[in-house]
Design a binder for this molecule. Structure first.
Ligand SMILES: Cc1cc2nc3c(=O)[nH]c(=O)nc-3n(C[C@H](O)[C@H](O)[C@H](O)COP(=O)(O)O)c2cc1C
Length: 207
């Protein structure tokens, strides 16, 4: 198990050229999406949405505003991870979801409500936006790991014009803003060797 996880992470790389003839199965795509849905977030806000773009014309438009990265059109699947912009709704949604999951009346979750709304509302809007954006990298990482464990090549992308992606996908009207794209599929090239900092550079143990 440990070996399998580490091998999958050694195997994965930011795939540039995908094999356009190979498709990810619906079952595997759903497993990737489900692993993202199960991602944790600060307070449990889950202030994100995963948008799967199947339409080839829309993918071509996204490529045009994404530095012409071929994987935007050529990968089997493309997921856009967007952050929620309507921070004012997040606390009530969180409390309702938690009450339902724990079978408790909303009134019993006053403490959660006070803490969560205090956290999101005490920040200036720009800071709250940056905070919620940072949360979206958690499902991104989990989805990339799940894909790798399923031998699905993957590549994260931030290289695109956010406003134009939002416009193409009509995200602003849905209180969303694009943060990253994830291309999924099967490599059509030789992978690049992995360059990573050493264990000792990255890990410090304080005894
Ligand atoms: C959030 C994120 C955004 C990225 N955006 C881009 C991108 O837009 N274009 C690109 O060529 N690579 C992009 N990358 C790929 C990174 O450059 C790559 O993951 C890193 O160099 C490590 O290489 P590896 O993934 O092959 O191990 C992105 C990676 C991450 C995690």
């Amino acid at each position: 198990m440990k070996q399998e996880i580490l091998q999958a992470l050694q195997w994965r790389y930011a795939t540039y050229a995908f094999d356009t003839t190979k498709k990810v199965s619906d079952e595997d795509l759903n497993a990737v999406l489900e692993s993202g849905r199960l991602a944790p977030s600060s307070f449990g806000f889950e202030a994100w949405k995963f948008i799967v773009v199947k339409n080839a014309d829309v993918r071509a438009k996204l490529r045009a505003v994404g530095y012409d990265q071929p994987r935007i059109t050529d990968a089997s699947d493309l997921i856009i991870i967007a952050q929620r912009t309507d921070t004012e709704h997040l606390t009530d949604e969180l409390v309702a979801r938690t009450a339902a999951a724990q079978n408790k009346p909303v009134a019993e979750l006053e403490m959660l409500k006070t803490m969560a709304s205090g956290a999101v509302n005490r920040m200036p809007a720009d800071q709250a936006k940056a905070w919620l954006k940072s949360q979206t990298y958690i499902p991104l990482g989990i989805m990339m790991e799940t894909a790798s464990l399923l031998n699905i090549d993957n590549a994260a992308m931030e290289g695109f014009n956010t406003e134009q992606v939002n416009e193409i996908l009509g995200l602003s009207a849905k209180n969303l803003s694009a943060v990253t794209m994830v291309a999924l599929g099967y490599r059509g090239e030789e992978p690049r060797p992995k360059a990573r900092r050493t264990h000792d550079e990255v890990v410090e143990i304080i005894t």
